[in-house]
Structure formats: structure tokens, C-alpha cells
Design a binder for this molecule. Structure first.
Ligand SMILES: Nc1nc2c(ncn2[C@@H]2O[C@H](COP(=O)(O)OP(=O)(O)OP(=O)(O)O)[C@@H](O)[C@H]2O)c(=O)[nH]1
Length: 481
């Protein structure tokens, strides 16, 4: 028994069973719609029952299986009756093909849906590239399994008699997949509402975020749908496949505009709207084999949308990594490498402009003693405090780096010797005047400074000179203890 089942209260279980007839109606309704939109045998522009099965298995788990089985059996019966053309319906064929179709269809979509269910959590997760790839790839695998085994199964049960099975399976696959990637997120959202959001796992591509619509969002959705309609109307006039392919780039680009400027709900509505509109319009226009172009556009619009939605999380992760590499985690000062890079660039710039640059080296006094008497945490507070005071005195163009344990360096572009001496003076006063919270102790540091005497000074020469000066002071401090 899974954790969610263990936690399900009795009233909730009743709600799951009440959902069964609703799922059957939803599945069959979308099946009849897909059948009406078939452009070749078993090839519909879009097969929404695939999305219903996938979304309901994801949201409800195996509890959705009875409704899907019943719906598959009824759909097989309807197909067989329609194929009999007034002749007798062979009940043995209907029974075996119902079972085969139900098993194949449910099994094919149970694999990706249950895998995503295992990966998903009950709380909202970050919209990552990984989650999007899982959805897109697992959806494609489910549709491929449903199409290939479906074709083989129907052939075995004499329900399918086509010369080229691969062609039928390919059309079946893309129809299932186009419906799954464009409709499953909206269906998963509907089921989450129906069942109660705390009962259903959450998966980033099925999230809709807050439903607040700005006027700009409505305007952009209207532009997307109007352009899509115009492209389809143009196709109706010209019946030109190449023009359709080229012009469908427009809705894909408009949708990316929505992704990057509007909220998640608007973005999801863009995918859903494009999917419903192309299917509806294509049925009226009779696109025939050009259905493939619309399917391609629907899949690429949805895939681009989800991959772009994952981009901000990727940027944030990169930013965090860059920050970890360039900054010292304890004090927030720059790492040694980053400090040296920035100081070298600043020094070269100062020398080109004939401006003085200075380096201050500082080393905290008696940190070991502080650690030994008050603990390592107190030493950490002292280091953080030291950097905080220094940064407060520095300009945005200055930079401070942690070179080793309690040794720091500050680079001051455009700063001469007198100005640097004044800064060191201020820092000493500041440290002496501000006791450490919560210990009430004051900290001090030994300082050394060096200023570019001429254009030939290198960063390492400056650092060395400042270091020497600091050690002179450090020795004096040690003697005075
Ligand atoms: N709390 C804390 N201590 C650190 C950290 N990094 C280094 N230390 C300690 O800082 C001390 C530095 O020792 P020393 O270089 O001898 O310096 P000091 O005790 O400040 O002595 P003087 O510089 O001569 O005044 C060592 O005991 C290190 O363990 C840190 O990140 N946090």
C-alpha cells in the first residue's frame, strides 16, 4: 500500500469512485471527437483519450484503471459496430479486441504515468529541465508503446486490416503524442481540482501557478490564436503545405513571447488554445496528410514552451554555482582566484589611465585565541564581522577577497597612498568601536598597504609589498600582547 493510500480518508475514497463515471464519459467523449477527426484509418490529428489515460493514471494511480478499461471496451464495441456496416457484430471479436486494446492502452500509458508519479512529490517542485525532459520523453515512450502494440494487437484480433502497419503505427503515435503533450497538463489540473489538491502529486509541467491575468496576457493570447487562425485560413485558401509549414513558425515564436513575458497559467493556456484551435480548424478545413505538419507544430510549440519554462531555474542554478565559486561561503568576500582576476583587470585599467591603485592586506589578530576561548562559531562571527565592516567602508568599484583563513586583501582602484591610509585608519577605528555581538568583545587586525608607484608594478608585486608591510605591523602587535 502506498503512502497516499494509507493517508486517504474514507470520504476521499468515495470521491475517487464517484470520479469513475466522469472519467469514462471524458474518455469516450474525447474518443468520439478523435474518431470524427480521423484523416486516415486509425490516424487522427490528435487522440485526446491518450491524454485522459495518462493524466488520470498520474493523478489517481491504479484507481483510474477500471474507468479506462470500461471506456476502452465501449470504444472497441463502437468501432466494431461502425465497421460492421449494418452486418452482425461478432461478440467474440469485440470481447477479445476490447481486452487486448484495454490492456495495451492502459499498460502503455501506465508505464510513463506511474514512473512520473514515483518521481513527483506532494509539494510543489522547481520547474527544472529534468522534469520537462522526463515528461516529454516518457510521454513519447508511452505513445510509442500504445501505437506499436495497439497496431499489432488490433491486427491479431482482426480489427485492423492495413497493408502498411508501420504507417498506421506512426500516425497513431504522433496523434497520441500531440494530444498528450498539449492536453495532459490541463487534464491533470482538472483532476487535481476534482480530487482535492492535497491528494494528488504535483509535477512541474502540470503546474498552472496563480490565475491572475493582466490585460497584456489576454491580448497576447488573442494575438496567438488570431495568427493561428489566419495561418489555417490561408492554408484553406491556398492548400499549400510548404506555406503552412513556414507560417506555423509564427505561433511557435508568439508562444515563446508569452512564456518569457507572462505567467505560467497564460503559458499553459497558450498550449491548450493552440492545440484545440488547430484541431477544430483542421477538421473544418480537411487538412488530410498535412495533419502531420499541424501535429509537428503542436508538439514543437509544447516542447519549446516547457523547455523555456525550465530556463529560469537553469539560470538560477548557474547563478548559484557561479556565486559559490566566486565567493567565500562564510564571509561573502571574493574567493582568492576571483579577487586576483578582478584586481588584475582593475590594475591594468588604472595603469592605462595613469591612475594610482592600492592594495590593503589585513590579517585578524589572535583569532586562534578567540576560537580556543569562545569556540569556533565565535571565530566565524568575528571573520564575518570583519568583512562586513570593511565592505561598509568600500566603494562599489573596490573589491575584497579572502586569501586564506584570517587573511584578506582589498583592491582600491583610483586610490593614492594618502586615501588608502585614511581608509585603513577608518577601518581600525570602526573595528575598535564596534564590539562583536553577542560576545561584547572587540576585534582588531594588522594592516599593510601598497600603492602602484609606476606602470610596471604587477599585482603580485603589490600584494607582496602589502603583505610585507602587514607583517611588520603584525610583529609589533604580537610584541605588544
Ligand atoms: N573560526 C574560524 N577560524 C578559522 C577559520 N579559518 C582559519 N581559522 C583559524 O584562524 C587561526 C589563524 O591562526 P594564526 O594565523 O596563527 O593567527 P592568529 O591566531 O590570528 O594569530 P595572529 O595572526 O598572530 O594574531 C587558526 O587557528 C585557524 O584554525 C575560519 O573560517 N573560522
Amino acid at each position: 500500500m502506498t503512502t497516499s493510500q494509507q493517508l486517504t480518508p474514507p470520504g476521499q475514497t468515495g470521491r475517487f469512485w464517484l470520479l469513475q463515471p466522469l472519467l469514462v464519459v471524458l474518455w469516450l467523449g474525447s474518443f468520439l471527437l478523435a474518431a470524427a477527426l480521423e484523416h486516415a484509418p486509425h490516424a487522427s490529428l490528435w487522440f485526446p483519450p491518450a491524454a485522459v489515460t495518462f493524466a488520470s493514471l498520474f493523478c489517481l494511480g491504479w484507481r483510474a484503471a477500471p474507468a479506462i478499461f470500461v471506456a476502452c471496451a465501449v470504444a472497441t464495441y463502437l468501432t466494431e459496430t461502425a465497421g460492421a456496416n449494418g452486418g452482425a457484430v461478432r461478440l467474440d471479436v469485440v470481447a477479445s479486441s476490447s481486452l487486448v486494446f484495454a490492456l495495451i492502452h492502459t499498460g502503455a500509458y501506465a508505464l510513463p504515468a506511474m514512473t512520473l508519479r514515483r518521481l513527483a512529490r506532494f509539494e510543489q517542485a522547481e520547474f527544472t529541465l529534468r522534469a520537462v525532459t522526463e515528461f516529454l520523453l516518457l510521454g513519447a515512450v508511452g505513445a510509442a508503446l500504445a501505437a506499436s502494440f495497439g497496431v499489432l494487437g488490433l491486427q491479431q484480433t482482426e480489427l485492423l486490416d492495413a497493408p502498411d502497419l508501420f504507417e498506421v503505427a506512426a500516425a497513431w503515435w504522433i496523434g497520441d503524442y500531440a494530444a498528450l503533450v498539449t492536453l495532459a497538463p490541463a487534464l491533470a489540473l482538472m483532476l487535481r481540482w476534482a480530487v482535492g489538491s492535497s491528494e494528488v502529486r504535483r509535477f512541474p509541467p502540470f503546474e498552472w501557478g496563480p490565475w491572475r491575468f493582466r490585460r497584456s496576457a489576454v491580448g497576447k493570447l488573442a494575438v496567438l490564436l488570431a495568427v493561428t487562425l489566419a495561418v489555417l485560413a490561408g492554408y484553406h485558401e491556398l492548400s499549400n503545405s510548404r506555406a503552412l509549414l513556414v507560417m506555423l513558425v509564427l505561433p511557435v515564436v508568439l508562444q515563446l513571447w508569452i512564456v518569457h513575458t507572462e505567467n505560467l497559467a497564460t503559458t499553459q493556456l497558450g498550449v491548450l488554445g493552440f492545440s484545440l484551435l488547430t484541431v477544430g480548424a483542421a477538421a473544418a478545413v480537411q487538412v488530410g496528410d498535412d495533419a502531420l505538419i499541424l501535429q509537428f507544430a503542436a508538439v514543437s510549440l509544447a516542447a519549446n514552451t516547457y523547455l523555456s519554462l525550465a530556463a529560469p531555474a537553469l539560470y538560477a542554478a548557474n547563478e548559484r554555482l557561479r556565486d559559490q565559486v566566486s565567493h567565500d561561503g562564510l564571509t561573502g568576500a571574493l574567493s582568492r582566484t576571483c579577487f586576483e582576476d578582478r584586481a588584475a583587470i582593475g590594475l591594468a585599467k588604472g595603469q592605462r589611465r595613469n591612475q594610482p591603485c592600492s592594495i590593503i592586506m589585513l590579517d585578524m589578530d589572535r583569532l586562534k585565541e578567540l576560537n580556543d576561548t569562545h569556540g569556533h562559531a565565535a571565530g566565524d562571527i568575528a571573520l564575518r564581522d570583519l568583512v562586513k565592516h570593511c565592505k561598509a567602508r568600500l566603494r562599489a568599484s573596490d573589491c575584497m577577497g579572502r586569501l586564506s583563513g584570517d587573511e584578506f586583501a582589498i583592491f582600491l582602484p583610483g586610490t593614492d597612498e594618502d586615501q588608502t591610509r585614511a581608509i585603513v585608519h577608518d577601518l581600525r577605528e570602526q573595528l575598535a568601536a564596534t564590539p562583536l555581538e553577542p560576545l561584547g568583545l572587540t576585534i582588531s587586525a594588522s594592516f599593510g598597504m601598497a600603492t602602484t608607484p609606476d606602470s610596471s608594478s604587477s599585482l603580485s608585486q603589490l600584494l607582496h609589498a602589502a603583505d610585507q608591510a602587514m607583517y611588520v605591523e603584525k610583529r609589533a602587535h604580537r610584541r605588544s600582547v
